[in-house]
Design a protein around this ligand. Structure first.
Ligand SMILES: C[S@@+](CC[C@H](N)C(=O)[O-])C[C@H]1O[C@@H](n2cnc3c(N)ncnc32)[C@H](O)[C@@H]1O
Length: 124
């Protein structure tokens, strides 16, 4: 089976974006009060609009995406603001890819269809 099938598609999208991040998702802004202080795993993070918001709110964020271009942009935007990021390039189509990803206080999955199978990889 071949993975990273989406990488090329998403890389192309991200290289053609403007030189600034989009605004964070409104539902994330509205619900941030319910987050536990500490760490967040941002799954299929894109180029980081939500990660940047979380960093501004003092969370420690780990980001996963298949697109190296998205992660490069995310790192650039974060660096501009003096934030540290922990990006992981990963294909969420790979079975059990999240099995050893670690333990987080919160998980964000925004605009990505997450499979039930992967949900079973996460330990709460
Ligand atoms: C619609 S964007 C959402 C980005 C971000 N969560 C946001 O809300 O701005 C979908 C993201 O999923 C990532 N993605 C798509 N398929 C993936 C896969 N198989 N593994 C990892 N990331 C994937 C894309 O690279 C893209 O960054």
């Amino acid at each position: 089976m071949e993975y990273m099938g989406n990488k090329e598609y998403w890389d192309k999208k991200f290289v053609n974006r403007k030189d600034n991040p989009l605004s964070p998702e409104k539902s994330l802004i509205d619900n941030i009060i319910y987050f536990k202080k500490g760490t967040v795993l941002d799954i299929a993070c894109g180029d980081g609009r939500n990660t940047l918001f979380l960093l501004e709110k003092d969370f420690s964020v780990t980001e996963i995406d298949c697109s190296s271009k998205a992660l490069e942009r995310l790192s650039m935007f974060a660096k501009r603001k003096g934030y540290l990021v922990n990006t992981m390039q990963m294909d969420l189509g790979v079975p059990d890819c999240l099995y050893d990803v670690g333990v987080f206080d919160n998980i964000v999955i925004n605009h990505y269809r997450f499979s039930k199978h992967l949900l079973d990889n996460l330990h709460f």
